[in-house]
Ligand binder design. Structure first.
Ligand code: SIN
Length: 303
């Protein structure tokens, strides 16, 4: 029997598969599809202190090999999410990760502290990389100095493991990763979506009100894999890889470049029970490669 468990150093997960923020609702929506206990963890959709309407429609646009989104971190606010988490925790033992957002550094720290205090919450993921909040896609993860200040401020206020989610749209993602880990991040997750756009040729206008949007899905997998490799070569904290993962084969690729766990995102929209299939595929690949544990291949890329 393959051992799917992975050790993040601060916590062992029973599976390498974590569902990515914004692609898995608040977990409850997926309870009818499979037993969420098979997952390593789930990440809640990003949350601010107060409810947010998000960006005006359209918010989604399909491309030949991916999905552009400009949701704008719509959400019910922290108080409502606390209720949802209590309900979900009563129905499943899967570890819950809260994706923490903020309009400014103080709000990031306040929201992080609030969820850090909840027994039902296993970890926090700091979302400093959403490209859909400010015009032009600007976010804290594009700047190593801002990332360092923000991570330190949040870390001072929390007692749960802190994962920092990085942006592929930074000029130097390795520098930002180093700033995050040097400032106290317990783990890094990458990558969030790539900045892209679409044009309506009839109206001659951008499809999205914000002009730019975030691209995810199979199109970004080779790009994300490279960035995960670059960061893993310098990281001394565990790296959670993501970007276009849709099969067990994809998961093993991310482990070979050094990921300690992975997140699956866009595939959840097309195939709500994707994690179930991918779990079986990981086991089959491990059997084919005669691997008993994913730690045997982590970072073992021969290049
Ligand atoms: C969004 O809500 O716009 C996407 C979330 C993200 O990219 O972090």
């Amino acid at each position: 029997m393959a051992d799917l468990s992975v050790d993040l150093g601060f916590r062992v997960l029973k599976s390498p598969l974590i569902t990515a923020s914004g692609t898995f609702g608040y977990g409850e929506e997926f309870l009818p599809f499979y037993d969420l206990d098979i997952l390593g963890a789930i990440v809640m959709k990003g949350i601010f202190r107060d409810p947010r309407p998000g960006n005006p429609p359209p918010r989604l646009h399909e491309t030949p090999a991916g999905l552009l989104n400009s949701i704008g971190l719509a959400g019910p606010g922290s108080a409502a999410l606390q209720e949802i988490i209590r309900r979900l925790h009563a129905r499943t033992a899967v570890p819950i990760i809260v994706n923490v957002c903020g309009e400014d550094d103080e709000e990031f720290a306040e929201v992080a502290a609030l969820f850090s205090a909840m027994d039902e919450v296993a970890m926090l993921e700091l979302n400093i990389s959403c490209p859909n909040v400010r015009q032009g896609g600007a976010c804290p993860a594009q700047d190593a100095g801002h990332t360092a200040r923000l991570v330190r401020q949040v870390k001072d206020r929390v007692r749960k493991p802190l994962i920092v989610k990085l942006s592929p749209n930074a000029v130097d993602i390795v520098a930002v990763a180093q700033a995050a880990q040097d400032s106290g991040a317990d783990a890094l997750s990458l990558v969030n979506t790539f900045l892209g756009m679409a044009v309506d040729i009839t109206t001659r206008r951008p499809v999205f009100a914000n002009v730019y949007a975030g691209l995810s899905g199979p199109a970004i997998k080779p790009l994300a894999l490279r960035l995960v490799r670059e960061v893993c070569r310098r990281a001394y904290v565990p790296v959670i890889g993501m970007g276009g993962i849709a099969s067990g084969h994809d998961v093993l690729e991310y482990f070979l470049v050094g990921a300690a766990a992975v997140q699956i995102g866009t595939i959840n929209f097309r195939e709500p029970a994707a994690a179930l299939r991918i779990t079986g595929e990981i086991e089959a690949e491990m059997e084919r490669l005669k691997i008993k544990s994913l730690s045997e291949i982590r970072g073992q890329l021969q290049a």
